[in-house]
Design a protein around this ligand. Structure first.
Ligand code: DGY
Length: 319
């Protein structure tokens, strides 16, 4: 029997590539640079399955005539870079990798929160540049975390994992917004009625909702104005959830204290208005970047492909 032809748009961990090659007729992207639009277009017309990542934009224009692919196995949980409706119309099933990256992403959100609170980036830079003059009582004092309020926007798996870390690990009070009622968030926590209610009371706001759609610019100028002046914004969700220009203005005007960002509006380009300031901690989309998690993500993609080509429902179909 001929094996399904699979095109992988970026290099994956070795053990995952090996398992993939043992089951499918695989074409890897040896260069590991992002495919451009025509390469993606061609891939959809040449392969039975295409395995993209967040750095591949798969808009409706790619799903017009001649698509041969039957499944898009996204290497990641977020899939707002794929026009799922257009894929469905073209007969392409889309799958993602939920659950396996929950802890890694929550850990990174916590890292950003602590780095913001404790001015870790400023301290590290000062030390490396040889400007540290020694211990003194008023040196680089940050803000206490214990006893403060974390506001979670999006109380799905990752939001809950972040809330657990904040509550059980750091003694924080938890409030959250979710568009759905969350009966058992897994720790003492108050669900508030609106995003604004959360922003008004939180000392740290951590975003864990999907990007795109109605969440595009959820955190805009007006909402930033609702936050406490002493509060920090943490984003490990998607860049487009935050209006970056509005964020820069809010920081300039002292309307919030700082931000920790792992995702950006136009990745991998990050505006100098962000990179040149001291009151933000910036990471290059590392939320799920542990070896264990990336292997688990790849294995999950293969589980979905295997199910699909064996005629079963892929466990993580999103369409
Ligand atoms: C995810 O899984 O959504 C990560 O952000 C990488 O795409």
């Amino acid at each position: 029997m001929t094996r399904p032809k699979v095109i992988v748009t970026r290099r994956w961990p070795l053990e995952v590539e090996e398992r993939l090659a043992s089951q499918f007729d695989v074409r890897l992207n040896e260069t590991d640079r992002p495919y451009n639009r025509s390469e993606l277009r061609l891939a959809l017309r040449e392969a039975d399955a295409v395995l993209p990542t967040v750095s591949d934009r798969l808009g409706a224009e790619l799903f017009t005539d001649g698509v041969q692919a039957k499944i898009l196995g996204n290497f990641g949980v977020g899939y707002n870079h794929i026009d799922v409706a257009a894929a469905k119309t073209a007969g392409v099933v889309v799958t993602n990798t939920p659950a396996v990256l929950t802890d890694a992403t929550a850990d990174l959100a916590m890292t950003l929160l602590l780095m913001c609170a404790r001015r870790a980036r400023e301290g590290e830079r000062e030390l490396r540049s040889g400007k540290w003059t020694g211990w003194r009582p008023t040196h680089l004092c940050g803000t206490h975390v214990t006893g403060k309020t974390i506001g979670i926007v999006g109380m799905g798996r990752i939001g809950q994992a972040m809330a657990r870390r904040c509550h059980y690990g750091f003694g924080m009070d938890v409030v959250f917004y979710d568009s759905q009622p969350v009966a058992d968030p897994g720790m003492p926590a108050r669900q508030l009625t609106t995003v604004d209610d959360v922003l008004a009371v939180a000392d740290f706001v951590s975003l864990h909702c999907p990007g795109g759609g109605e969440n595009h610019y959820l955190i805009n100028s007006r909402r930033l104005g609702n936050m406490k002046k002493s509060a920090f914004l943490i984003n490990t969700a998607r860049g487009d959830v935050v209006d970056e220009r509005a964020l820069v203005n809010a920081l300039d005007e002292g309307r919030i204290a700082g931000a920790g960002l792992d995702v950006f509006e136009t990745e991998p380009v990050v505006p100098r208005s962000l990179t040149e300031r001291d009151d933000v901690v910036l990471l290059p989309h590392l939320g799920s970047a542990t070896n264990e998690t990336r292997i688990a993500m790849g294995m999950r993609v293969i589980d979905n492909l295997t199910a699909f080509f064996e005629g079963r429902s892929p466990p993580d179909a999103v369409s």
